[in-house]
Design a protein around this ligand. Structure first.
Ligand code: NAD
Length: 263
């Protein structure tokens, strides 16, 4: 799991992550009897405190923290290799690292979109059945902004549309090539995390449009982190889901169909 220490997944990790262990392990024949999780993140301080709590609860042998910046190819490569060496395989990748800052828009594309592509290509080296892997599932965290435009955040919108487009095309490419790897994406509405705090400052040249964002928050509501984690596991464990973009709102979740360009 990349980008795991603060925000959407942190609070839920100890509460409901392991509730899905059995269903996740049932997907592959070469898995052991317990879920093992490598947490890759660039935030060392948060990582150390969360790891202390988690290892007390679940045991050191099931968890691994690896300092990793998704902008750095060698760090991502080394982190996957360390995960392979420690746990013996990788079956699920969650590409969750993301930032929101319209002022540093090139960095945002680099983390939110290029980071997802980089980690996907690197993990396929281990998952791809044509390369000796056991297959697997990749879940990319996109956003509501990956389905429709957030007018106050044009580049965040572009990065998340990119994630949705990459997910759909990569899923089809993987299926047609026989990789044995499903690729899906999560599109949560608004979630109360660090990324969602201090919004006007994150909008850069569009901070004057902050009220429009607030109206959308009022319209769609705030999604509970647990709803996002439940949706994540639906995409992991439902083997019919491949190339899916799952929109997660407070009141409902729904699959967003892609427009076909082949018919
Ligand atoms: N909060 C929301 O309203 C919301 C809504 C939809 C989608 N999302 C997406 O969910 C994902 C998680 O966001 P969040 O709200 O939990 O934000 P957050 O800022 O609370 O957490 C993001 C995590 O990504 C890590 N990260 C950032 N840059 C990184 C890098 N270069 N390399 C490795 N790790 C890095 C951070 O250290 C942090 O642990 C993001 O992709 C975000 O775009 C968030």
């Amino acid at each position: 799991m990349i980008g795991a220490f603060v925000g959407i997944f942190e609070a839920q990790f100890s509460q409901c992550f392991w509730a899905h262990e059995e269903a996740a392990l049932g997907l592959w024949t070469d898995c052991g009897s317990s879920l093992q999780v490598a947490l890759l993140d660039m935030n060392k301080t948060e990582a150390e405190s969360l790891m202390q709590t988690l290892t007390k609860q679940y045991g050191q042998e099931r968890l691994l923290f690896l300092h990793c910046d998704v902008e750095q190819e060698e760090q991502v490569k080394a982190a996957f290799q360390k995960t392979m060496d420690t746990f013996g395989g990788i079956h699920i990748l969650c590409n969750n690292a993301g930032i929101l800052n319209e002022s540093t828009w090139e960095k945002m594309i680099s983390v939110n979109l290029v980071g997802v592509i980089r980690a996907t290509y690197l993990v396929l080296e281990h998952m791809n059945k044509l390369k000796g892997g056991q297959g697997g599932v990749i879940v990319n965290t996109a956003s509501l902004a990956g389905i429709g435009p957030l007018v106050s955040c044009p580049v965040y919108t572009a990065s998340k549309h990119g994630v949705v487009g990459f997910t759909r095309a990569m899923s089809a490419a993987s299926a047609l090539s026989g990789y044995g790897v499903r690729v899906n994406c999560l599109c949560p509405g608004f979630v109360q995390t660090g990324l969602f705090s201090n919004i006007p400052a994150r909008l850069g040249p569009f901070s004057h449009l902050k009220d429009g964002t607030q109206l959308l928050v009022e319209k769609f509501g705030i999604v509970n982190m647990s709803q996002v984690v439940e949706a994540f596991f639906e995409l992991v464990t439902d083997e019919t889901k491949d190339g899916a973009a799952l929109l997660v709102f407070q009141q409902e979740r729904k699959y967003m169909p892609a427009v076909s360009v082949t018919d």
